[in-house]
Each structure stands twice: as C-alpha cells, then as structure tokens.
Design a binder for this molecule. Structure first.
Ligand SMILES: C[S@@+](CC[C@H](N)C(=O)[O-])C[C@H]1O[C@@H](n2cnc3c(N)ncnc32)[C@H](O)[C@@H]1O
Length: 341
C-alpha cells in the first residue's frame, strides 16, 4: 500500500525535555479496522498522568487486577537491564527513555500479539519483543521500516564486523544525486559524494536484512552529523561557521561517516537480546489502513498542530527517506529541492 505523505501528521515537541509530554496509548482487544475512530482527534497534548489513566481505562477488568497486583520479579530486572542496552535513538518523539515506565504499565496485561502502529524508532517494539511478545511494527516512513528490520532481528551472526568494515572501506565516492541536489545544504561536498557512493553500494545488495544493518548505521551517522539530529532546515553553516558555540557537538558533526557507522554497528551488536518470536514488519503504511487483529494495540501518533506550516516527520527526516528510495529520490523532490512530495 503506497502511503500518501500528505497524511503524515505534524508534531510539536519542545526541544526542552522538561516540556515534552507523551501522547501514546495502549488499547487492548480492538479490531484494527476501528483504528480511525480510536486515534484521538486533534487536541492539546496530554500529560503523563493522563496517559496512565488512559491505559488503565482501556484494559479489561481482569487485566486491571493483574496490573494492580503486580510486583517486581527477577525477570523484571533482566528486562530493565536489557532496556539499558537498547541503542540510542536520536529521534523526535522517541519513547526510549520512557520504556521502563511503559514496561511497568504493560507487564501485568495478558497479551501475546501487539501492534506498534506508529513505531518510529522501534524502541517500544523492541521492548515488547524483549517481553516475549509477537510484534507487528508499522511506521509511515520507509526509513523507520528499514531501521526496525535491523533492530528487531536476531542479527548478531548475520554481518560480521570484519565484513562490515571492509564494505565501508570499499565505498567509492561519486558525484551523484546527493552531490548535485544538496550542495552545501546538509553535509559538505566531500561527504555528499561519499554518501552517493555508499547509497549505491547498499542498494546493490540483495539480502534485505543485511542491507537494513548498513542502512541503520548510515542513518544513525547521518543524524549524528546534523545539528539537532534533523533535516528540516538547510543549515550546514551552523556546523561550518567559525564561531564560539554554546550548543551542539562540533566534534561529532566533523567525525567521518565511517567512524560513526562503526560505532552504531558495535552498539547494535552489543544488544544481548535473543528474541523468541520473529517480528512482522509492515511495509510503511498509513496506520489507519492496517488490517488484522491483535491482543494489544500501542498507538503513539504525532502531535497534531493546527499550524499548516509546522514540520512533519517527513520534513524532519526526508533525507533518510530519500536514501531509502535512492533510485527514485529525484521523483519526490519539490521545487525547493528539500523534501519529498
Ligand atoms: C511520536 S512518533 C513515534 C515514536 C515511537 N513510539 C518511538 O519510540 O520511536 C510518531 C511516528 O508516527 C509516524 N507517522 C506519522 N503519521 C503516520 C501515519 N499516518 N501512519 C503511520 N505512521 C505515521 C511518524 O513517522 C513517526 O515515526
């Protein structure tokens, strides 16, 4: 199913973590075809206490008792330890830091299958998978579908470090689409040419799982090298200007892609999790079109903003989406050269 990008909604998370609120909700025993009516209508973001209440009020009486009677067990500490090993996400609205809280509030529920309909970084899917659940992941962006493929698989033997390092070393920079289209926008000319080289090389691979690992590491490197980890502004000058800085991380911005990619690879390989259930990763789909039945549906949609000009997820991450669809990237570029249409 092709996603209509105009339906990717907007979000207004503050850069100040203290002001960030969560708007996710867990719903049990729902036919997903009803999702359209379940997704909350545009309203003010709710507080964490309200979400707590929302989860409690959407579960069955039996599960409510389970939840209230739950006490910590040995496996609790294992899962909480494993959460600490989950890779850093660098994504707007990621719930990675809230995973211990989400775990505490869902561990007492009886469910085997779960849909993460607005999956983003797949952190919450990773948590459910670590809890031994059968996870179905979805997100409107293909780059997130690819990252979920890398994160949610048992991939330790799939791509040995030596092979990974050789592959990166063999990248041949070239003046391709990125270099022509995004001159001085997000990365330097030398970096653009290297990105053109690696994009071609990754897309030439045939194994989707191996591809996803390279892409995962490439996307993480791209995010790390961007001010605010975003692509919503063409602001390479923030990085290149010779000024005294009170924010940002110049050292990381200037670190080579290959070095940052290897760091992400190591973080991914360090995860100790061995999953019992393999996940279902849906092709990037509008959440309201997902079909199927699940014991639990976890919804973490974007905040909806009344201002039409505010940034969508696509605007924030269009560059990663372009790398995911490298050979058809030019078809999606708008006149301003900046993003998908
Ligand atoms: C708040 S984020 C989810 C964060 C995620 N729970 C995590 O921990 O990373 C919202 C996600 O919804 C996705 N999205 C936006 N509109 C969508 C739609 N119509 N259908 C599916 N996904 C959508 C965005 O791409 C974004 O990744």
């Amino acid at each position: 199913m092709k996603l209509d990008y105009s339906t990717l909604e907007t979000e207004t998370l503050s850069n100040n973590p203290k002001q960030n609120r969560i708007d996710s909700i867990a719903i049990q025993n729902q036919d997903v075809r009803q999702l359209k009516s379940i997704v909350p209508k545009p309203k003010k973001p709710v507080s964490i206490e309200q979400i707590d209440e929302a989860i409690i009020t959407t579960i069955t009486e039996k599960n409510k008792n389970n939840l209230l009677n739950n006490s910590s067990t040995t496996s609790d500490s294992n899962i909480l330890d494993e959460i600490q090993e989950f890779p850093t996400t660098r994504y707007y609205g990621s719930k990675k830091r809230l995973l211990p809280w989400i775990y505490e509030n869902t561990k007492g529920l009886e469910f085997n299958t779960v849909l993460d309909a607005f999956g983003g970084t797949a952190s919450t899917s990773l948590l459910f998978q670590t809890m031994g659940k059968k996870v179905t992941f979805n997100d409107g962006l293909k780059c997130n579908q690819i990252m979920a493929t890398a994160l949610l698989q048992n991939n330790k033997e799939l791509l040995p470090q030596k092979e990974f390092e050789e592959f990166i070393k063999e990248v041949i920079p070239n003046r391709g689409f990125i270099s022509h289209t995004f001159h001085n926008d997000y990365f330097t000319e030398e970096e653009n040419q290297w990105l053109d080289g690696i994009a071609l090389k990754i897309h030439s691979l045939t194994c989707e799982k191996v591809k996803s690992i390279y892409f995962y590491c490439l996307f993480q490197a791209c995010l790390q090298k961007r001010p605010f980890n975003l692509f919503h502004r063409k602001n390479l000058n923030l990085r290149l200007r010779d000024v005294k800085r009170s924010f940002g991380n110049l050292k990381t911005w200037n670190t080579e892609f290959s070095v940052l990619m290897l760091r992400s690879y190591k973080q991914l390989s360090k995860m100790t999790t061995n999953f019992d259930c393999s996940p279902i990763i849906l092709p990037a789909t509008d959440a309201s079109e997902i079909k199927g039945k699940f014991d639990l549906v976890y919804l973490d949609p974007p905040y909806i903003n009344s201002k039409p000009t505010s940034d969508t997820y696509l605007k924030k991450y269009h560059f990663l989406e372009g790398l995911s669809n490298y050979h058809s990237w030019s078809d999606h570029i708008k006149d301003d050269g900046s993003r998908y249409s």
